[in-house]
Design a protein around this ligand. Structure first.
Ligand code: GDP
Ligand code: ZN
Length: 310
């Protein structure tokens, strides 16, 4: 039987099978996914094959289908192991707020660059529009203009009262979507709106397999009533990048990458080099200063080795 992993606790998994049932499964044998040193061999979003001998025995995950994509983060700062947060995503919905709390453009841009590295499209959702004063509304519109100009879809909503939910439903339909954002921006409020049947949020995983792990740090996937899935990952604020070198970072800032064609040096990092077309474009207002600042902040992290897995 084939199915999709909708929840993982580290030792057991909930699998939604093709016949519409939800089955708790454990892993048989030793799975190794090539190229990834991961703490979790099976992740939310994985398509798996399960074998279930009888009602009295546990169901086993016996095979994992190749992943279309995955997002990953380092297990801890010191660890070389990584943790796969979710896989086979169609898109990310990044919930942001202008105020209450303020989402920084650096945070947004890092998220966008990471998602681009994983080739996962992102839609920006500006939440809490009901709370903004005139200046904040202006700021929101500036950001929407900026992000649309570099190819990102932007939506506006008030998750508390439900304004803008229709458009979000249209976007999510038939897709697997990771919902992300800083804490306090309204992710839970939004998810509660999108899922009419909230019992789903407390899907049962039996206690005996759930030894000492906080389930809240694991991603969980919920079916949407009109088709598609959303993935709630309380543990994720952003997600980190792996094995990225400085040249690569600029590839994930579309507009910077485009202008870099005109730089004198092929390996220009757009910092101190002469005849840099990117810096010129920033000066001319063709690349936004905030985007360039985010790019520089990612470069700085790279110098500190934050994106390297070893
Ligand atoms: P999370 O940490 O991202 O899951 O954020 P929550 O969903 O817990 O929301 C944080 C707070 O913001 C709660 O008090 C919500 O009621 C409130 N909130 C969420 N969305 C909106 C909104 O669109 N408008 C207003 N006024 N408050 C909101
Ligand atoms: Zn340059």
């Amino acid at each position: 039987m084939r199915g999709i992993v909708i929840k993982s606790t580290g030792s057991s998994y909930l699998v939604h099978t093709d016949d519409g049932k939800t089955q708790e499964c454990i892993i048989k044998g030793n799975f190794r996914i090539k190229g990834i040193k991961s703490t979790n061999p099976v992740a939310v979003g994985d398509y798996v094959k399960i074998a279930h001998a009888s009602e009295d025995t546990p169901a086993y995950i016996v095979d994992i289908e190749e992943r279309r994509n995955y997002i990953i983060r380092r297990s801890s700062n010191l660890s070389k192991l990584s943790h796969i947060l979710a896989c086979n995503l169609d898109m990310c919905l990044l919930v942001v707020t202008i105020n209450h709390p303020e989402t920084s453009t650096v945070f947004i841009d890092r998220f966008l660059a990471s998602a681009r590295a994983y080739r996962i499209p992102v839609t920006l959702l500006f939440n809490k529009v009901d709370l903004y004063n005139e200046t904040e509304l202006e700021r929101m519109n500036e950001l929407i203009t900026l992000y649309r100009s570099i190819g990102y879809e932007c939506l506006i909503c008030n998750a508390l009262q439900g304004d803008g939910i229709e458009e979000i439903n249209n976007l999510l339909k038939d897709n697997v979507t990771l919902i992300s954002g800083n804490s306090g921006v309204g992710k839970s409020t939004l998810i509660n709106r999108l899922l009419p049947n909230l019992n789903l949020r407390t899907s049962q995983i039996s206690e005996k397999h759930n030894t000492g792990m906080h389930t809240t740090t694991f991603s969980e996937m919920f079916p949407l009533p009109y088709g598609g899935w959303i993935i709630d990952s309380p543990g994720i604020k952003g997600f980190g990048l792996y094995d990225m070198n400085p040249e690569e970072i600029s590839h994930y800032f579309t507009e910077i990458f485009e202008y870099s064609d005109g730089c004198k040096y092929g390996n220009c990092t757009h910092t101190n080099e002469p005849h840099c077309a990117v810096k010129k474009a920033v000066e001319d207002g063709k690349i936004s200063i905030s985007r360039y600042a985010s790019y520089l902040s990612m470069l700085e992290d790279d110098e500190e080795g934050k994106y390297r897995s070893n």
